[in-house]
Write a new protein. Structure first.
Lengths: 184, 189
């Protein structure tokens, strides 16, 4: 495996601006990923957006990953992933935050440990992306203006993209009233 | 119809009432397109000039279920969409027929996941299945013609085989999930 080339120009800036924060960085085929602790996430995002040298004015996507059963060790089970793009500098940067659940992940209880600050105040376009992450993984976003599920309905009994949720569901797709033609 | 040659001079033709009614129904099937995925594109092609569903009297696509008598379900139906499909089915006026077009509508197709209904016939009645992924327009036309053959065999009044009894069912899903707290804003003071 090739050693990562950590030459992304914003890495030293992040390091200088947050001497108290422990970053992890990796690189794969020219794409740099920075792992940020959840408690520093909002400050880091604010700097990446506001600092004219970074100027990440466009949030391409917010998504998440569940590393349950992942072959190598990860800093946490869930990762929230932010794909940033600076249209002025033509640079991309991926920010990741790892989270570990504190309650059983099979159900649909809201987990107080799975929460990150919302970035909707920095990039308003994050609103629906964060709702989707919440819907699929149950990761909550603090201070989100409209924190609801977006694809499944409000009372859906699980967060379906978690790896411990069966692909075929737990009967959600079967439990409807059958409508026979001769129903009376 | 080629009937003119058979007409006597005083222009009166005797036939059975149900033949006339079935002839009228089969010749003007108005489909309601429920196109939720790629099969819908083929459904549109079927109606366009190259394949010309109008040759079979079924070109008047109605986007209101009240004006349609053939529901063509073209594409996969997600569990969130199923109550909508059931409601549209109930809203269609009798008599009505249903074509399940494509692998997805009929069986769920390759989408064997939590979100996709594995065959709409589990939840609404289906008259004709059109296989394919997607079915060619010729195949869908054959499905419409199969509906016409079904119509030809209808009796008026209905012969009590349970086929055309009015529906009196509710459309609420029976789905009963565990309660989930839904806070609009998390952590805001
Ligand atoms: S049967 Fe094939 S073409 Fe039709 S909706 Fe499914 S995947 Fe698309």
């Amino acid at each position: 495996m090739a050693t990562p080339v950590l030459d992304h120009p914003d890495l030293p800036r992040l390091k200088a601006a947050f001497p108290d924060v422990k970053f992890l960085a990796s690189e794969y085929r020219g794409q740099t990923t920075v792992v940020v602790p959840a408690d520093a996430l909002h400050r880091v995002m604010r700097l990446l957006h506001d600092d004219p040298a970074c100027n990440y004015d466009f949030l391409s996507d917010v998504t998440a990953a569940d590393y349950l059963g992942y072959p190598s060790r990860t800093p946490g089970r869930f990762a929230v992933v932010y794909l940033l793009l600076s249209t002025n500098h033509g640079r991309r940067l991926t920010i990741k935050t790892y989270l570990d659940p504190s309650v059983d992940t099979l159900g649909n209880e809201l987990d107080p440990a799975l929460i990150v600050p919302s970035v909707t105040d920095i990039w308003p376009g994050a609103e629906w992306r964060e709702r989707e992450v919440f819907d699929m993984y149950g990761i909550q976003f603090r201070d989100h203006p409209d924190h609801r599920r977006i694809l499944t309905w409000e009372t859906y009994p699980a967060f379906p993209l978690r790896k411990d949720y069966p692909l075929r569901g737990r009967g959600e797709r079967e439990r409807y009233r059958v409508m026979p033609r001769d129903a009376r | 119809m080629g009937l003119e040659a058979a007409l006597p001079v005083d222009n009166i033709l005797t036939t059975q009432l149900n033949r006339v009614i079935n002839w009228a129904r089969r010749s003007a099937v108005w489909p309601m397109p429920f196109a939720t995925a790629c099969c819908g594109i083929e459904l549109m092609a079927t109606a366009s000039s190259r394949f010309d569903l109008a040759r079979f009297g079924a070109e008047v696509f109605r986007f209101s279920p009240r004006q349609a008598d053939l529901l063509i379900v073209a594409g996969r139906v997600s569990i969130k969409m199923l109550p909508v499909l059931q409601r549209i089915y109930v809203q269609m006026t009798e008599p009505k027929w249903v074509i399940s077009m494509g692998a997805c509508a009929s069986t769920g197709g390759v989408f064997d996941t939590y979100a996709v209904v594995q065959g709409i016939d589990q939840f609404i009645p289906v008259d004709v299945y059109v296989p394919g992924c997607p079915p060619r327009p010729e195949m869908l036309i054959e499905g419409v013609m199969a509906i016409q053959r079904i119509i030809d065999n209808e009796n008026i009044p209905y012969d009590g085989d349970g086929k055309r009894l009015p529906l009196e069912v509710a459309v609420t899903p029976t789905y009963e999930p565990a309660a989930q707290p839904v806070d609009v804003t998390v952590g805001a003071s």
